[in-house]
Design a protein around this ligand. Structure first.
Ligand SMILES: NC(=O)c1ccc[n+]([C@@H]2O[C@H](COP(=O)([O-])OP(=O)(O)OC[C@H]3O[C@@H](n4cnc5c(N)ncnc54)[C@H](O)[C@@H]3O)[C@@H](O)[C@H]2O)c1
Length: 305
């Protein structure tokens, strides 16, 4: 049995990791300020530190006796980061740095960092491979990219084991469904429930690689345990398939309204998972259309398409 700390554990991905760790018999500590996370996401058996990781001194006690850190905490929305670049950097750059410093000083063995496929930004070719030079197109992408470089530097300079998992659009149970900055699937679900048209930005032919949260959780567990990582490696966590926003709208069903496209977002994403297979022996298990239909049913929506 180990003790794991999850900064951001009241959020979508962090709470799914917490639940899986508890099921395996580990102890779980959650550090969160509930800026986007929910109290109802914190499992009853987890210890809670209600703290803001932009304040280094206050978070240090939460790292005492911790074996490993799953750093999922962030302000994870592209439009938010364009509207609030300073707040985004405070959480996503300096918050990440504080967690790395506190982990290093508390002699934590390994930090698994939730990185983002947005670091790829504009690329000429698909699939996206971690050896491609990063090309972040917006503040969020840049801040997350700085986070993974910092994670790599902490392995190099201080011997803190780190690994960065670049997630491609994650969906599934407990996905954020409130506020102005939800992701496309939640956005459609909300509109569908309200009997409104689905709003698409641009022509809807932009594509994304969608990954089920259960697969993301498994990648985290493998990344914490694998003897083949720990030196700041960057690996993709994506399904390796991409679907257009129009296709998703058709599965959700109902009329679609087109709005001007968004600037600062990649046209297509699709993960090359060769390195993830090699280093983590990880492969996705949930096929997207099946996973999406199941998610829609869980939201009381009978899928179309
Ligand atoms: N969801 C996706 O599709 C996706 C894709 C790529 C990368 N990621 C990354 O995965 C991680 C988790 O994303 P998520 O979708 O679960 O987001 P989320 O918003 O549900 O969870 C983030 C958590 O961090 C907490 N947090 C934010 N600022 C904090 C602070 N200053 N102090 C303490 N806690 C703070 C929030 O309250 C929340 O509980 C993020 O690092 C995100 O960048 C997510």
């Amino acid at each position: 049995m180990s003790l794991y700390l999850i900064p951001g554990g009241a959020g979508f991905i962090g709470s799914n990791i917490a639940e899986a760790l508890l099921k395996e018999g580990h102890r779980v500590r959650i550090l969160d300020n509930f800026s986007t996370g929910k109290r109802s996401n914190v499992p009853a058996d987890a210890e809670l530190f209600e703290l803001d990781f932009t304040d280094l001194a206050s978070i240090r006690p939460a790292f005492e006796g911790v074996d490993g850190v799953f750093l999922t905490g962030a302000l994870p929305r592209i439009p938010y980061s364009i509207d609030h670049p300073v707040e985004s950097a405070q959480a996503n750059v300096f918050g990440t740095l504080n967690v790395l410093v506190a982990a290093r000083d508390a002699k934590v063995k390994r930090v698994v960092y939730s990185a983002s496929s947005s670091a790829y930004g504009g690329q000429e070719t698909l699939p996206l491979h971690p050896d491609m030079p990063a090309n972040p197109l917006n503040p969020y992408a840049l801040h997350k990219y700085i986070g993974e470089k910092n994670a790599e530097h902490f392995a190099k300079f201080y011997g803190l084991e780190t690994v960065s998992l670049r997630y491609f659009n994650v969906y599934g149970p407990r996905m954020a469904d409130e506020g102005a900055y939800v992701t496309v699937i939640s956005h459609f679900v909300r509109q569908k429930k309200a009997g409104a048209s689905l709003t698409v930005h641009g022509d809807g032919e932009q594509t994304r690689d969608f990954t089920h949260v259960a697969d993301v959780v498994r990648a985290n567990m493998l990344a914490m345990a694998s003897p083949r990582v720990g030196k700041g490696e960057v690996v993709n966590v994506g399904a390796g398939q991409n679907f257009s926003i129009n296709h998703i709208a058709a599965i959700v069903g109902g009329p679609v309204e087109y709005h001007p496209g968004r600037v600062g977002e990649a046209r297509h994403t699709r993960a090359d998972i060769t390195r993830t297979k090699e280093l983590l022996e990880w492969e996705p298990t949930v096929e997207f259309e099946e996973g999406l239909r199941e998610y829609l049913r869980s939201q009381g929506i009978e899928p179309g398409g």
